[in-house]
Design a protein around this ligand. Sequence first.
Ligand code: DAH
Length: 345
Amino acid sequence: MLEDIQGQIAQLKRDFNDKFDTISTAEELEAQRIAYLGKKGAITGLLKSLGKLPIETRPQAGQLINELKNFAEKRLEDFRDILAEKQIENSIRNEGIDVTLPGNRRPLGRLHPLTLVLDEMIEMFIGMGFSVADGPEVETDYYNFEALNIPKNHPVKDEQDTFYTSDGFLLRTQTSGVQIRTMEKSAPPIRIIAPGKVYRSDEWDATHGPTFHQIEGLLVDEGVTMADLKGILTVFAQNILGNDIEIRFRPSFFPFTEPSAEMDVQCFACGGKDSVCPVCKATGWVELLGCGMVHSNVLKNCNIDPSKYSGYAFGMGIDRIVMQRYAINDLRLLYENDMHFLQSF
Ligand code: DAH
């Protein structure tokens, strides 16, 4: 008799397990529970039939049926947990959020080498008492040329050909026009720098482009001399390019300064040792800036009395300085936005 019960229990357990493989929803799970453990369920029925067994087999049969009941309850319970987890997973998937994925990292930006060097230069000049002045990139012929002592048909304008608009404006070729705008508005002592973009109708090559950056300097006061100019530019070069940088001043010509000079620095690429260096053309020197004492005509154009005041001015290409500073041998790298290049700063 006990064997019969044992056989029934084993069969029931197999059925119960087989059916489990087909369950995938809470409803199906509940139906399974009712079919086996409900009032009229198969396991419940087996328990009820216990009373019909001979007394001596009842305790052992009862224990076996209870084990089956416990097994079934545990499996139903476990599966309920699994279904609940699946439901959460499904709803996350349907909402399109997978909280286990790593987040979208935003790459940290950094400053362009031009901005890095410009910021450093501005800070340095501010430390020496200069303030920052600004002027428009779309200029008039007057501010860009005429007021700077460059008359209409002056040959210097050939070197600074630019983009003209049909209504008489031009894209400024130099930041020097800010000198005029500043002197018109304020009386000496004047001490400004003017950083900004300038334009020329130049083709791209390793050292030229149609757009580049300049920083202008102007100081007007009583008793200003060329020695002051040399002093400030020497301090500037040593600060930005290193204390042991070799510099030299060369006489030059600019219509808005008299006397005029250019300042060169020793070549960063070859140090003057390469007889075919493309950067310094084998001279060992790289031209960095133009400078001089503000021309009396320019002071007069701005209603400043040249018998009382004198001043110096300088103007330099920031791009050249960035190239010198980081030993970059092609200007175009600064404008191509190549991420590998930019990330190296
Ligand atoms: N504006 C000149 C240029 O673009 C540079 C320059 C030379 C500026 C001499 C000055 C200066 O202020 O005094 O080539």
